[in-house]
Design a protein around this ligand. Structure first.
Ligand SMILES: Cc1cc2nc3c(=O)[nH]c(=O)nc-3n(C[C@H](O)[C@H](O)[C@H](O)COP(=O)(O)O)c2cc1C
Length: 338
C-alpha cells in the first residue's frame, strides 16, 4: 500500500491533492464528496478586499445616513451584489464545512493592500479555518510605481495578515516577479509558511467588432503546469517555506511531476470542473499504479528528485536550456527542410 501522506503549512495531509479555491466548494455536499474522493484539504473561494471594503462602507452609510460623509472611492468596484457571499455567510459556511468533514479547510482572503479588511483573517481563524490562503493577485498599471514599490506593498500585506492570526498563512503568488527566489525568501521572513505557485493571469479578450475588452475565464490545460514545475524545482531546498502547485494539474502524471519538482502538494480546480469531483479518486488510483510499478512505497520518496538541486545537469533550469532549446530547434528545422 502506497503512503500518500504529506504536509503543508504544518498541517498533516493524507494525500497530495487539495481542492483549489473554486465555487465547487460553496456546496457542503460537494465538500463531502471531495473528502470521499480523496482530497486531503479544501480551499474555500475568496473573500475579496474590495467586497469587504464595500460591506464596511455599507455599514458606515447606515451609521452616517443623512450626513453624506462616507467616501466615494469604491465606486469603480463591482457592486456588493456581484459577490457570491457576504462575509457573514462565508464564515457560516466555513463553520459548517469544518463540521461536515475531517480534512483541513483553508479560508481564502484576496486583496492587495493593508487596511481594516485584514481583520477578517482573524474572523476566519475564529470560525475554525485551519489556515489562510492569501491571494495577492495584482497588476501593475501605474508607470510611476517601481517593482520595489509593488513588492513592498506585498510584504506589508503578508506581514499584517500573518500578525493578525495564529494559524498558518500561505501566499498565492503571481508568476511575474523579477526575482522570485528572493521574493519568496522575503515572504518567509514576513511570516508566510507556504506559497501557492501560481495565480493564473486572467487576461481580458479584445472584441474587434464591438471594440470591447471583455473578461474571460477558460479552464486551464496541463501545459500551464510547466512554469510552475520549473519554479518549484528552482525553489526546492533553498527555503523552509512549503510549496503548493496550482495551475494545470489535471492527471496523475501532473501530480507526480509536481512532487518530484519539490512541491508539498498540488491543487486542482479546472480538472474537477471538467471531469467532476470524483476525478480525484481516479488520479490517486493512477498514481498508486505508477508508484507501485516503479517500486516506491511512499510518494514522499519521490519529492524533489527532479528539483534543480537533485539533477546532475542543472542547465535545463538555467540560461543553458534557453540556448539549447533555440539552437536545437533551428538545427532540426533546417535539416527537415532539405
Ligand atoms: C470558476 C473558478 C473560480 C475561482 N475562484 C477563485 C477564488 O475565488 N480565489 C482564488 O484564489 N482562486 C480562484 N480560482 C483559481 C483556482 O483556485 C486555481 O488557482 C486556478 O484555476 C488554477 O488551477 P487549475 O489549473 O487547477 O484550474 C478560481 C478558478 C475557477 C476555475
Amino acid at each position: 500500500m502506497i503512503d500518500f501522506s504529506t504536509h503543508y503549512l504544518g498541517l498533516k495531509l493524507n494525500g497530495p491533492i487539495v481542492v483549489s479555491s473554486t465555487p465547487l466548494s460553496e456546496s457542503l455536499d460537494n465538500i463531502r464528496r471531495m473528502e470521499d474522493a480523496g482530497a486531503s484539504a479544501v480551499v474555500l473561494t475568496s473573500l475579496f478586499e474590495e467586497q469587504l471594503a464595500l460591506e464596511s462602507r455599507a455599514l458606515d452609510e447606515d451609521l452616517s445616513r443623512g450626513t453624506e460623509s462616507f467616501a466615494e472611492s469604491l465606486d469603480y468596484l463591482p457592486a456588493q451584489s456581484d459577490y457570491r457571499m457576504t462575509h457573514e455567510v462565508y464564515l457560516d459556511h466555513l463553520r459548517q464545512a469544518k463540521a461536515a468533514v475531517g480534512i483541513p479547510i483553508l479560508a481564502s482572503l484576496n486583496g492587495t493592500t493593508t487596511g481594516g479588511w485584514v481583520r477578517f483573517a482573524k474572523d476566519m481563524e475564529l470560525a475554525g479555518a485551519d489556515a489562510i490562503e492569501l491571494n495577492t493577485y495584482a497588476l501593475a498599471t501605474d508607470c510611476s510605481r517601481t517593482s520595489t514599490d509593488v513588492e513592498s506593498q506585498l510584504f506589508e500585506l503578508v506581514e499584517s495578515v500573518c500578525k493578525a492570526v495564529k494559524i498558518p498563512v500561505s501566499v498565492k503568488l503571481s508568476q511575474s516577479f523579477t526575482s522570485l527566489p528572493h521574493l519568496v525568501c522575503r515572504l518567509e521572513e514576513k511570516g508566510a509558511r507556504g506559497v501557492a505557485l501560481f495565480n493564473r493571469f486572467y487576461q481580458a479578450d479584445f472584441d474587434i467588432e464591438t471594440l470591447e475588452v471583455r473578461p474571460t475565464l477558460h479552464f486551464s490545460t496541463p501545459s500551464e503546469l510547466l512554469p510552475r514545475l520549473h519554479w518549484a524545482a528552482i525553489l526546492y531546498g533553498n527555503l523552509n517555506i512549503d510549496m503548493a502547485i496550482t495551475g494545470g494539474v489535471h492527471s496523475a502524471e501532473d501530480v507526480l511531476k509536481s512532487i518530484m519538482a519539490g512541491a508539498n502538494m498540488t491543487m486542482m480546480a479546472s480538472a474537477l470542473h471538467i471531469h467532476g469531483i470524483e476525478h480525484i479518486a481516479r488520479v490517486l488510483a493512477d498514481m498508486r499504479y505508477w508508484l507501485e510499478k516503479h517500486e516506491y512505497t511512499s510518494l514522499w520518496e519521490t519529492r524533489g528528485c527532479l528539483s534543480r538541486r537533485s539533477v546532475p545537469d542543472t542547465s535545463p533550469f538555467d540560461r543553458g536550456n534557453y540556448i539549447k532549446t533555440l539552437s536545437s530547434y533551428s538545427l532540426r528545422h533546417t535539416m527537415a527542410a532539405f
